[in-house]
Design a protein around this ligand. Structure first.
Ligand SMILES: Cc1cc2nc3c(=O)[nH]c(=O)nc-3n(C[C@H](O)[C@H](O)[C@H](O)COP(=O)(O)OP(=O)(O)OC[C@H]3O[C@@H](n4cnc5c(N)ncnc54)[C@H](O)[C@@H]3O)c2cc1C
Length: 463
């Protein structure tokens, strides 16, 4: 990735707001800029835009929405903000987190209206750290659906989306004002596009193993489960521009990816009463804390894997997720009549496994806290026959990167604003702070959709 310092930029085309990357962040930014009256254009490296957004469950947390009100859910942005800050332990910039908590509801309603996303609120369980039911998703709870609607919305709005267009170079003047970008085409051709404002929405650096080793050593050996296009391009340009970087160790991990199938087993399987055991048949952590920090705990176990154990009641809840249904269809989720059958199925020491299950049952019956700090409850007691899946820990996406202010404007190393450069979603700093346990469920799409909305509107004002 290159930075060209120049005073003059001769371009083949020109637009007002140029957006690099057509995932949730880029599409939300472009739709927002267009709705605000700006001329917007999207550049996407892939021939068909999918991004990490398509790999996700497509669930966006937001408070005070009409979708919540329709279900009688009481929630507000102050509570949402408090939940974000509680999860990151106050280790992020409060003004940015507050702005995101405030904008998320409006952004979700905007996408419903502008792109026709048929949002509804996930019911049946709350994600760890959220005080209310506030995850908004399309009916099948897949990111593919979300992307489909966003792309259709952009097409209906007539926003040009140039695919197979890998942005390789940013051109900036001496003051750091972006003049335009250079695009590489698959056949080797190059095009130059000038712009009045640029939104980087090209993802984080999860696919760059060297950067992950440097900045997130706990995930150095983890399966990377995100989109391969997260090559750290925004980070490289930010470094070249002398921009301020923040929270580079922050990330979303996940401690429950079916192995070797590579399909997400929803964390609801744990929060609803499930447990994980290692190859020795023993539990090793509090499974009710976040799935993000649990990734490293799983990777520390023998073989870097665990067996997630739950039951029929929990499988019924998990089945609302297409990923889970796919995992069942592929045979990743298996059924065992009792501890003995379960031990045989997953080659676990029978006595140790039976003791672990008996202990979990006794804790649930008594409604008490265990040595890891998990509080068990009678209502979520595991009942045979068991369901179980072999899982591993994975890196889903990075949460650190170029720092921005609450308006998604990128900052120089000295804290001064760069004149017309924005970052949203994986391309910029999130609100999870510098640690895996700072990731509150949904912080990924919250940063993508929330900062995408903010960046699109602010960039439109410059165009
Ligand atoms: C399995 C999985 C499950 C997840 N589940 C959730 C969830 O339920 N809720 C949640 O909030 N988050 C979730 N996340 C995280 C979430 O998917 C991401 O935070 C979010 O999709 C990021 O959106 P984005 O637009 O920044 O990136 P993407 O959607 O990845 O879009 C970035 C785009 O930029 C393109 N690009 C990159 N470089 C260039 C370049 N140089 N030129 C042109 N184009 C470029 C890429 O090809 C890509 O299409 C999940 C992630 C994974 C992997």
């Amino acid at each position: 990735m290159r930075l060209l310092r120049t005073g003059r930029f001769a371009a083949d085309a020109e637009t007002g707001v140029l957006v690099v990357g057509a995932g949730a962040a880029g599409l939300t930014a472009a739709l927002s800029a267009h709705a605000a009256g700006a001329e917007a254009m999207l550049l996407e490296r892939d021939a068909t835009p999918t991004g990490s957004t398509s790999l996700s469950s497509g669930l966006i947390p937001a408070a005070g929405t009409r979708f919540q009100r329709a279900l009688g859910i009481r929630d507000d942005t102050a509570t949402f903000f408090a939940d974000i800050m509680a999860k990151n332990g106050g280790r992020t910039d409060a003004a940015r987190a507050r702005r995101l908590a405030d904008v998320a509801g409006e952004a979700v309603e905007f996408l419903a209206d502008a792109a026709g996303v048929p949002f509804s609120v996930v019911e049946g369980f709350t994600y760890p750290g959220h005080s209310a039911l506030r995850m908004h998703g399309a009916p099948r709870r897949t990111g593919v659906e979300l992307m489909g609607h966003l792309l259709e919305g952009a097409e209906r709005a007539g926003i040009p989306l140039v695919t197979s267009a890998a942005v390789s170079t940013l051109a900036a003047d001496a003051a750091g004002r972006i003049l335009g970008v250079e695009v590489e085409r698959p056949g080797g051709g190059r095009e130059r596009i000038a712009c009045r404002a640029l939104v980087l929405a090209c993802g984080g650096f999860g696919a760059d193993a060297a950067r992950v080793r440097t900045h997130i050593p706990t995930m150095a050996n983890a399966l990377y489960f995100g989109h391969p296009g997260h090559r750290g391009d925004a980070l490289a340009w930010a470094e070249a521009l002398g921009a301020r970087l923040a929270d580079l160790a922050g990330h979303q991990g996940h401690g429950s990816v079916a192995h070797p199938h590579g399909i997400l087993i929803t964390w609801a399987a744990m929060t609803e009463g499930g447990i994980q055991v290692n190859r020795e048949g023993r539990r090793f952590a509090d499974e009710s804390h976040g799935y993000s920090e649990h990734a490293a705990a799983v990777l520390e176990q023998p073989g870097g894997e665990a067996i997630a154990i739950f039951d029929t009641r929990i499988a019924d809840i998990a089945r609302q997720f297409e990923d889970f249904r796919n995992a069942e269809a592929l045979g990743a989720v298996r059924e065992a009549a009792d501890a003995r059958a379960l031990a045989a199925m997953f080659v676990l020491p029978e006595a140790a496994l039976a003791a672990t299950l008996a202990e979990a049952d006794a804790l649930a019956a008594a409604g008490t806290r265990d040595a890891f700090g998990r509080v068990f409850s009678e209502a979520k007691r595991l009942v045979a026959p068991y369901r179980a899946a072999r899982v591993t820990g994975a890196l889903f996406h990075t949460q650190g990167g170029p720092d921005t202010d609450a308006e998604a404007r990128m900052l120089g190393a000295d804290g001064r604003l760069l004149p017309n450069l924005f970052a949203a979603g994986g391309a910029g700093r999130g609100v999870s702070g510098p640690r895996a346990d700072g990731y509150l469920s949904g912080n990924g799409l919250l940063s993508a959709v929330g900062f995408g909305r903010i960046a699109g509107l602010a960039a439109a004002r410059l165009s």
